[in-house]
Design a protein around this ligand. Sequence first.
Ligand SMILES: *[C@@H]1O[C@H](CO)[C@@H](O)[C@H](O)[C@H]1NC(C)=O
Ligand SMILES: *[C@@H]1O[C@H](CO)[C@@H](O)[C@H](O)[C@H]1NC(C)=O
Ligand SMILES: *[C@@H]1O[C@H](CO)[C@@H](O)[C@H](O)[C@H]1NC(C)=O
Ligand SMILES: *[C@@H]1O[C@H](CO)[C@@H](O)[C@H](O)[C@H]1NC(C)=O
Ligand SMILES: *[C@@H]1O[C@H](CO)[C@@H](O)[C@H](O)[C@H]1NC(C)=O
Length: 238
Amino acid sequence: MPRHINCIFCRNRWNSCCSFMCIYLSFLIIIIAVFIFILAVAIWSFTFPSDVTFHVTEASLKQFNLTANNTLFYNLRLNATARNPSKRVTFDYKRITVTASYKENQFDKLNLIVTPFHQAHKNTTSLMLPVIQGQQVLKLKTKEVTEYNEETSAGVYNIDVDLDIRVRKKVGLIKYHESWNLVCNLKVPVSSNDKSVIPFNKTECKGPPNEDTSAAASGFSTFSPTFGSGTGFSASRP
Ligand SMILES: *[C@@H]1O[C@H](CO)[C@@H](O)[C@H](O)[C@H]1NC(C)=O
Ligand SMILES: *[C@@H]1O[C@H](CO)[C@@H](O)[C@H](O)[C@H]1NC(C)=O
Ligand SMILES: *[C@@H]1O[C@H](CO)[C@@H](O)[C@H](O)[C@H]1NC(C)=O
Ligand SMILES: *[C@@H]1O[C@H](CO)[C@@H](O)[C@H](O)[C@H]1NC(C)=O
Ligand SMILES: *[C@@H]1O[C@H](CO)[C@@H](O)[C@H](O)[C@H]1NC(C)=O
């Protein structure tokens, strides 16, 4: 060992201190300090809430006919917004699954997002969801069929739309994945000629992402994603 190497802990002490052992310990302590610092930054970023709020802004039914053989013919149109109120956290949306149910009978499920999109700070993103249409056999109880008939005469149906969302949250340089589950209890008016007789009331979806217990961090990633521009959705049925 050259004598002029100054060991950070043992300067001005006995010369033999600047031995291999002392330098080794100094490096070890620096590495542990850096590690603790990175861990502290990671824990600090974890504590940032993902309090994105989702609203269904538009909803209308072109068709919602329950035929005698319990087959539901549906055509549901939805628009939603996602608001990120944070100044520090941004999100990359990876996947949105939309599940539509009527009286706890799931009648459709769509997987959205082929091009992941980015949500900046303080941004409200419009989610133009695809038309949910098709036919599905429902298992409704007699009471529920009566309710269906009542809703038909009122021109408004109670439809539950679940949003299962997979995002990558980014705070500073730290990125990790989260899953959110939101439930939107909607009162959807029937529209004729693309005009709803009864206006739809903007509805907030329940289950804020920051309350979600299924939020799961799946490690840190440092690679840069490639963003699609805007919300280019296409749908597929699983
Ligand atoms: C659904 O109901 C509407 C209005 O009652 C009717 O015009 C339409 O033909 C029905 N569609 C089906 C598939 O039954
Ligand atoms: C139910 O009835 C409709 C017409 O009323 C028909 O188009 C459909 O195929 C029927 N579905 C089943 C499962 O029988
Ligand atoms: C959703 O938004 C698009 C674009 O703004 C619009 O064309 C469409 O009519 C909206 N859907 C509903 C159900 O209002
Ligand atoms: C929010 O983000 C979207 C997509 O990245 C962008 O098109 C829109 O202009 C942004 N809105 C605001 C208010 O910055
Ligand atoms: C929207 O709210 C108004 C006032 O509370 C209510 O009269 C109307 O029925 C609601 N619309 C729907 C589609 O439920």
